[in-house]
Design a protein around this ligand. Structure first.
Ligand SMILES: *Cc1c(COP(=O)(O)O)cnc(C)c1O
Length: 409
């Protein structure tokens, strides 16, 4: 008999997007006319086409591959030098990051999951609540948790509640944890962490020899000057943090696939015998063994966003989505709802009217306004009483959503 990984069956509890899809399907089958007007502001996928600079670079790269003289086969597993260096120069200038501390991959979702390969058993793992579900589910699959309770909270994880009182940045825990997942600007709440808040987390991590897994997938959406763009802007972070970044949201790469992790060589963990060990060589080895590099045309397309043309085009994309976020924020505020996020991230996080649950709000928006939103409770127990509206949409759709919010909320 082939033994399977029982941990996968623990995941059955709380599965957000399939449940949203099921409710939308039932609604569409019973209301075929209304379903024609349906606008989806649920899943956080981009809608606007790829920057021309990236497309041109990818076309050229494909042509290079079609020519014997310029053909390339397997590339370096850690990524091409041209992309690693462009990332350092354009995203981490002055922050003490070297090109060989950047590991190119085909996505941050995979990176945040795969990183667990290099951590041993028995770590105390802290996640924010609400949270991007990938951090939780990959720990469940890896056997780092017990079973889920009726709220979908897994035994063995330390949940750090994020709510309006703490501006959706968790308080420093009073217990010792080994791994901490932080995502700022945040999905799902759309809120950003201040320099002081990140400084406090870095100090905590250094005092407790813990490692911060910092997900900065939405860095490009930061609009306010005083919001840190990288954890490595914080003094001491090189000894206690790694950072995940992705081209998905900044450049419409959700279908193209390219991302990276920055792991400073100064980042260390502990081996079973108590000795200190750098993290960098472990991830390098893991990448070389289980990954054969992101596609060459894709890496060329990613590097092209750092050209003058690429910068202008990605800036226009960001302005488009953040303009949407502003309209959505204003529409919800006008309806008298408490609104968070949407200033430095393309998500607006809205408190449901008094007495209405997240799923109640989901159903109301679906049935009355024919708008698909995401119920906050799907991201964790602390998300109950909130819903998320994604600003990833066309301007016409967002304007129509705002009109419907004014009519129905
Ligand atoms: C979209 C997103 C990512 C990016 O994932 P990719 O696999 O690179 O597309 C990473 N983290 C969060 C929180 C996200 O919302």
């Amino acid at each position: 008999m082939a033994r399977l990984n029982d941990n996968f069956l623990k995941l059955k509890a709380g599965y957000l997007f399939p449940e949203i899809a099921r409710r939308v399907r039932v609604f569409s089958e019973t209301n075929p006319e209304a379903a024609k007007n349906l606008i989806r502001c649920g899943i956080g996928d981009v809608t606007e086409p790829l920057p021309e600079a990236s497309r041109k670079a990818m076309h050229e790269a494909i042509d290079e591959l079609g020519n014997r003289e310029s053909f390339r086969g397997y590339g370096p597993e850690q990524g091409y030098e041209f992309l690693r260096q462009a990332i350092v120069d354009n995203q981490f200038a002055g922050l003490g990051i070297e090109a060989d501390e950047v590991f190119i991959s085909d996505g941050s979702k995979c990176d945040t999951g795969n990183i667990l390969d290099i951590f041993g058993p028995g770590n105390v793992i802290a996640i924010t609540d609400p949270v991007y579900p990938v951090y939780v589910d990959t720990n469940v699959m890896a056997g780092n948790t017990g079973e889920a309770d009726e709220n979908g909270a897994f035994e063995g994880l330390v949940y750090l509640p994020c709510n309006a009182d703490n501006n959706f940045v968790p308080a420093i825990p009073d217990q010792k944890v080994d791994l901490i997942y932080l995502c700022y600007p945040n999905n799902p709440t759309g809120t950003a962490a201040t320099r002081e808040q990140l400084q406090a987390w870095v100090e905590y991590a250094r005092a407790n020899s813990s490692i911060i897994l910092y997900d900065a997938a939405y860095e490009a959406f930061i609009q306010e000057d005083d919001v840190p763009r990288s954890i490595f802007e914080i003094e001491g972070a090189h000894e206690c943090a790694m950072e995940f970044r992705s081209f998905s949201k900044i450049a419409g790469f959700t279908g193209v696939r390219c991302a990276y992790i920055v792991i400073p060589k100064a980042l260390k963990g502990t081996l079973a015998d108590g000795t200190s060990q750098a993290v960098h060589p472990l991830w390098s080895r893991r990448h070389s063994t289980k990954f054969n590099g992101a596609s060459y045309p894709v890496q060329r397309g990613a590097a092209a966003i750092f050209s003058e043309e690429g910068k202008a085009e990605t800036q226009a994309l960001i302005e488009h989505y953040m303009g949407n976020a502003k309209l959505l924020r204003e529409a919800c505020e006008k309806s008298g709802l408490a609104v968070y996020g949407g200033v430095n991230a393309p998500y607006v996080w809205v408190a449901c009217p008094k007495g209405v649950t997240s799923w109640g709000m989901f159903d109301k928006m679906l049935e009355q306004a024919n708008v698909v939103i995401t119920p906050g409770a799907g991201f964790g127990a602390a998300g109950e009483g909130y819903f998320r509206i994604s600003a990833f949409n066309s301007r016409a759709n967002v304007e129509e959503v705002c009109r419907r919010i004014a009519e129905f909320l």
